[in-house]
Design a protein around this ligand. Structure first.
Ligand code: ASP
Length: 440
């Protein structure tokens, strides 16, 4: 029997009064759903605006001393129409006026953006008859803008200790001096994870407008299968390579605390969605692969040097050059006298010449360096790979049948993923070939 569920609803789930009604009926279906983290109202239709974007626009206008009436009028209308349709009692007009005054009086960009969630939380708390807990009091940031994880856990658990059902707006927190700070875009997911950890939830339900993760990007593979179960480690690999439903940073607090995350669809409340767990579920048959994701636009820096293998510290020297320019590397397959460092081309571009000159200097007279661009990296991820032999053989045979040239291979030491590098022009064909080999 589940005792406590934290729910987070995304912007499209809160776009208008009809969506608010759906949210309430989802909560009524399961009384252990006792905490709710809202995003700001999102798009009602494709060409609509997200409230957060309108708030950023207001801030930009105010910063130039221009009137904010136009975008703020749209924001006002969004909240008032929800409040009126649902007959809410909360004085949202005054709250909206305070926000407008704040923006006009030069409040910082994060404060302005955070008001989308704040106002939405006020409406939702009134609609549900739940307590409103301002995230500025429960989520603490360090002065450098990073999350103060420990303090947040302490503050949030104290604020929610009375066990009363509560609405905690997503996306923001505050510095010790009370100044509001937001997470990066999509950050309400992180708030939901922090609230889940603070109340030691049994499940963190993240309600959105899709029924969970798909095995591959539907723009590349026709009607890909849904992923019903995945571990945090697998998801981390897929998210890093571009599978986006959940904010990457939302996984850490719940993963650490052993709380599963369930991605659910507000518009299909009976669909079980994707369940993300710390340990692999007890499955009768584990699918060999869980998902495929990838990105275009990488460069490979190739360094060759005689007797590289016996020169202690050479790899570190190469990486320290990249470090000096603030470039993180993605992969580093090595040979005896050569190494490749894979980096995002956009990060390399501004410093490319200086970096190459430095590396050339390091191998002068006994080696060479080169850069190759237009590399795509594709990760095929699956906890089932450990148990099934021949996975790599199948994957590479499928690629060879599709006449795709493999430019780089990196099998994760965890046996959780096989990473291949191909020409950007082969990106889509590679994903399709791998998908059809394993899924059909
Ligand atoms: N409203 C914010 C955004 O649009 C945060 C969120 O929705 O999670 O990014």
């Amino acid at each position: 029997m589940l005792e406590c569920i934290v729910t987070k609803f995304g912007g499209s789930s809160l776009a208008n009064d009809e969506q608010f009604r759906k949210v309430r009926s989802i909560l009524e279906l399961e009384p252990t759903r006792r905490y709710l983290v809202p995003s700001a109202p999102g798009k009602r239709f494709a060409s609509d605006d997200k409230v957060t974007d309108l708030l950023y626009a207001c801030h930009a206008l105010a910063a130039e001393g221009k009137p904010i009436q136009e975008p703020f009028g749209m924001i006002r209308e969004r909240y008032l129409s929800i409040a009126q349709a649902l007959h809410l009692k909360v004085d949202i007009e005054s709250a909206l006026n305070q926000v407008a005054e704040g923006i006009e009086s030069g409040k910082n960009r994060d404060w302005c953006a955070s008001r989308g969630e704040y106002l939405c939380g006020l409406l939702m708390a009134d609609y549900l008859g739940w307590k409103f807990v301002d995230a500025a009091e429960g989520i603490r940031f360090h002065a450098d803008g990073t999350l103060d994880d420990e303090k947040t856990q302490e503050l949030l658990s104290a604020l929610l200790a009375d066990g009363q059902s509560a609405v905690v707006p997503g996306f923001y927190g505050a510095l010790e001096n009370g100044e509001v700070v937001t997470f990066s875009r999509g950050g309400s997911d992180i708030t939901g994870a922090l609230v889940s950890r603070a109340v030691n939830a049994d499940v963190y339900e993240n309600w959105t407008d899709v029924s969970g993760f798909l095995m591959a990007d539907p723009r590349i593979v026709d009607g890909p299968s849904e992923i019903s179960a995945i571990t945090y480690k697998e998801l981390r690999e897929l998210s890093h390579m571009g599978a986006s439903v959940l904010h990457e940073d939302a996984m850490f607090p719940v993963h650490q605390a052993g709380i599963p995350t369930n991605i659910r669809n507000t518009n299909k409340p009976y669909h079980p969605g994707t369940l993300i767990t710390k340990n692999a579920p007890n499955e009768v048959s584990v699918p060999t692969i869980t998902g495929i994701a990838g990105h275009k636009g990488y460069s490979v820096i190739y360094v060759e040097k005689n007797m590289m293998n016996s020169e202690v510290g050479f790899g570190r020297k190469v990486l320290s050059v990249l470090e000096e320019y603030g470039i993180s590397f993605e992969h580093m397959p090595t040979g005896i006298d050569s190494m490749c460092v894979v980096v995002k081309s956009e990060l390399l571009a501004p410093h490319r010449e200086e970096i190459m000159a430095r590396l050339e200097e390091m191998v002068r007279g006994s080696g060479s360096v080169a850069v190759n661009d237009n590399l795509s990296i594709i990760a095929t991820v699956g906890r089932g790979m450990v148990r099934n032999c021949g996975t790599a053989a199948r994957l590479f045979s499928a690629m060879s049948r599709a006449r795709i040239n493999v430019r780089m291979i990196d099998q994760g030491s965890s046996e959780l993923s096989i990473i291949v590098g191909v020409n950007d022009s082969d990106f889509e064909a590679t994903i399709r070939a791998i998908y059809h080999e394993f899924v059909g």
